[in-house]
Design a protein around this ligand. Sequence first.
Ligand SMILES: [Zn+2]
Length: 80
Amino acid sequence: MHSSLISKIEKARLYAQERNRVTFQRFTVTFRGEHNTYTVTYDAGRWDCTCPFFRRHQTCSHSMALEHILGEMLTAPSPA
Ligand SMILES: [Zn+2]
């Protein structure tokens, strides 16, 4: 293997352990809940979810679970 590619692979391994280098700006996920499957989106600190609970409360177990998973890799909520 090309030596420069080997050094990139080694650097990638180090980067992968330093999650604070990565900040998610926006994404869409399919979330399989216990009873239904929902679409959760994230855009610059704002969540949306297609589940009924989110419609009423602007938060839900799905968005909260993703906050647990992604933690410091999420951007801070943007001011309203
Ligand atoms: Zn939800």
